[in-house]
Design a protein around this ligand. Sequence first.
Ligand code: PEP
Length: 252
Amino acid sequence: MRKNIVAGNWKMNKTLQEGIVLAKELNEMLVAEKPNCDVVICTPFIHLASVASIIDASVLGLGAENCADKVSGAYTGEVSAEMVASTGAQYVILGHSERRAYYHETVEILEEKVKLALANNLQPIFCIGEVEAERDANKQNEVVAAQLASVFSLSAEDFSKVILAYEPVWAIGTGKTATPEQAQEIHAYIRSLVADKYGAEVADNTSILYGGSCKPSNAKELFANPDVDGGLIGGAALKASDFKGIIDAFKV
Ligand code: PEP
């Protein structure tokens, strides 16, 4: 069966010292009270090695927020998937809407990044989602279908290592959350696309997270949907108590 996952995306927040404090606080909370889902924090590159050395991997996973689309070499300022993996990280967020919008990451570039992540044993958390004008024009299904091309060239074996995150761009950092019905409808559609491509078993085993202004107050009703397998959390991942509140949505 697919896993329930709550993953935090710290974005470009926290100094190294602040990040270590946050990771320690969260780690202590999760060691004291084991979560009922997988929990991952995705941090800026500079935090990875330090955070890896202080967290208990049995309760808290670690990921990067991006990696390069090249193996190695003369790409000043870039960080390769191999380098990310060498820190002890196990995950990498790819295709976040901020990377697509501000850094012009295309379907083809993201396909390269996904392949390099998998070649280095990193599990991609692959983000898809429409902007507000596309939702207003009822084009969300065709948008996410086109974005999935980056991962639909993978073999079934490789695809089964990918975690999908549906993140409507109009809900990211806006306080405007998708309704549970909107989330369920498009998550079910995304799962149907996976089933068409890789078959029902792979689709059933694929974790599809919701992201976009998810908070302790709305996580439970979002995650209660049969096709919503957890969340990718931005703002609320920056405070241990808020992030723990979202993790607790899986408490029985
Ligand atoms: C995100 O950027 O992945 C995200 C979901 O952000 P927020 O939770 O702040 O909307």
